[in-house]
Ligand binder design. Sequence first.
Ligand SMILES: C[S@@+](CC[C@H](N)C(=O)[O-])C[C@H]1O[C@@H](n2cnc3c(N)ncnc32)[C@H](O)[C@@H]1O
Length: 205
Amino acid sequence: MGVYNDRVLPRILNDAGGSKRLEPLRRRVCAGLAGDVVEIGFGSGLNVPFYPAAVASVAAVEPSDVSWKLADVRRRGTNVFVERSGLDGQSLPFADDRFDAALSTWTLCTIPDPAAALHELRRVLKSGGTLYFLEHGLAPDERVGRWQRRLDPVQKRIAGGCHLTRPVADLLRTAGFEIKELDVFYEQGTPKVAGADSLGSALSP
Ligand SMILES: C[S@@+](CC[C@H](N)C(=O)[O-])C[C@H]1O[C@@H](n2cnc3c(N)ncnc32)[C@H](O)[C@@H]1O
């Protein structure tokens, strides 16, 4: 799985995540970003074109060298200062209260310990800072949830550790975030098991 996860999967994620149909979702989740931002699971920078002008800088946290390289073209196309600043969302190399906002898109599914990552985001966000999130997770319908549980072991193997069943809003609340906006919906064009999305914003009190 080494070559597949390290070399092939980042390209698959870049192609799939770069689909035109996802652009309105990326635009929505990025719309409120401002100031100094930390983005975990930066991937190949697919959110970069949607950073608003109010963003001063982005600290990108991404373990994959291939994804970071694929992001070159988008980093060159923006005026926002984007720096690869960390490799693991579970252990962020930043001082407390460093950022105005945070961004995570389709990443909490993959980080091995999402509670640790959210704890770290709370630590590095200023009091009153906002996490903007767009994540797939446990579906609101029990029937879909049953299929998600069945398929989770396969998904983890073929999609680099991605889980289908993470309860996004519960994880945020347990980490101490106050959810300000939350839209739960099935993504068009994606099977429901992998497309039960939660899009919104959450305050770090
Ligand atoms: C499904 S991709 C999403 C990429 C991007 N956020 C997007 O919207 O297209 C998940 C990303 O999380 C990254 N990732 C995996 N483990 C991570 C970790 N421990 N900390 C930060 N990012 C991680 C992967 O390398 C990958 O780029």
